[in-house]
Design a protein around this ligand. Structure first.
Ligand code: MRU
Length: 351
């Protein structure tokens, strides 16, 4: 099993995703600042993994605090949470994880310092375990939507590497394959950071799931040629109306899917649904360094002085989304109703 991140006595251990697919190396962050840097520099990436990493980073910071009373510990804790919140803006799982750690601290404030520290570590570990369980549940629900055989296209990496394990979109594919479906994955390479060719292809190959990498501009032609029976992607934030922020290029895939009559599915945990965000126009989109576009493997590909844009995410309007697969079941349009039910308490789900 791929260990994307784990809590160890020495610190938080990550597989270094910037080195894949050619080097499988691991990095142990011993301070919360190092964890924040690992998120910023994409050593760890993918919305659910970012959330769990942040929680573990916060627990790590609290663990090494010298505070002698809970009031002082709380001040340090808040500063650590603030810093974690500046790492990446789009994936709401980061803010969800920070809020959950804060709620936990609130409930513990009458306890001795040592107990608070231990309980925060346990909470972060629980989030890790819950994320894997959520992905497996998502897989069970989503597998029913996958074709019995043929091509399934995915964009970016929404796999084990983007989560605590198993994956969201790739979890759905894994579960479908485990159920005996003969799926062949088409992985968009996903310029500029190449999460598809470097990460999705790497982890599917490890699992022996047949995969073909295509450059992003080939997806439309593959759909038109009838090679793609379904599309499944992950999400960084889903607005209350069902608009989906995901890796740049997802919108293009969704529109082409509609044009070609192919169902476009989104798989994401409930922690990715931001009920406070009414629609996609309110989702903050991270702008990354222009060098990711201008250079490939260190070689300059754009003339000096030319303007470059590098938005890391785009928003796919809800009208293009055939269904949103969550650990609590499958939501369909109208999403403002179905997501509210799934995010709420009493839920009658489709599967
Ligand atoms: O910039 P990244 O690599 O963090 O972007 C990741 C994605 O866009 C994923 O599709 C998304 O986080 C879902 S991961 C289960």
């Amino acid at each position: 099993m791929i260990q994307t991140l784990e809590w160890t006595e020495q610190g938080v251990r990550f597989i270094d995703q910037t080195k894949l697919p050619t080097e499988e190396t691991y990095l142990t962050c011993r301070t919360h600042e190092q964890v924040a840097d690992a998120i910023r520099t994409m050593v760890v990436r993918g919305a659910p993994a970012i959330g769990v990493a942040a929680a573990m980073g916060i627990a790590l910071g609290v663990k090494s605090s010298k505070a002698e009373n809970v009031g002082d510990l709380k001040r340090e804790f808040n500063a650590i949470c603030d810093n974690m919140g500046t790492t990446r803006p789009t994936a709401v799982n980061l803010f969800w994880a920070i809020a959950r750690m804060k709620e936990k601290f609130e409930r513990l404030r009458v306890r001795p310092v040592a107990q608070v520290k231990q309980a925060l570590i346990e909470e972060a570990k629980r989030m890790h375990a819950e994320d894997i369980a959520a992905n497996q549940a998502m897989g069970r629900h989503g597998a029913t939507l996958m074709p019995n055989e043929g091509g399934v296209l995915t964009h970016c990496n929404a796999g084990a590497l983007a989560t605590a394990g198993y994956g969201t979109a790739l979890g759905v594919i894994r579960a479908a394959v485990e159920a005996g479906k003969k799926i062949h994955v088409y992985a968009d390479e996903t310029r500029p950071f190449l999460q598809g060719s470097r990460l999705t292809a790497w982890e599917l190959m490890k699992d022996g799931i047949p995969t073909t990498v295509i450059s992003d501009n080939m997806a439309g032609a593959m759909m038109r040629q009838g090679k793609i029976g379904a599309i499944v992607v992950g999400a960084d934030r889903i607005a209350a109306n069902g608009d989906v922020a995901n890796k740049i290029g997802t919108y293009m895939v969704a529109v082409l899917a509609k044009e070609n009559g192919i169902p476009f599915y989104v798989a994401a945990p409930i922690s990715t649904v931001d009920m406070a965000c009414p629609d996609g126009t309110r989702i903050p989109i991270e702008q990354r360094n222009s060098r990711e576009v201008s250079h490939i493997a260190g070689k300059q590909m754009v003339p000096d002085g030319v303007a470059i844009e590098n938005p890391a995410f785009d928003v796919t309007p809800a009208k293009y989304v055939a269904a949103i697969i969550t650990e609590r079941g499958i939501a369909r349009a109208p999403y403002d109703e179905s997501l509210r039910k799934l995010a709420g308490i009493d839920v009658k789900v489709e599967v």
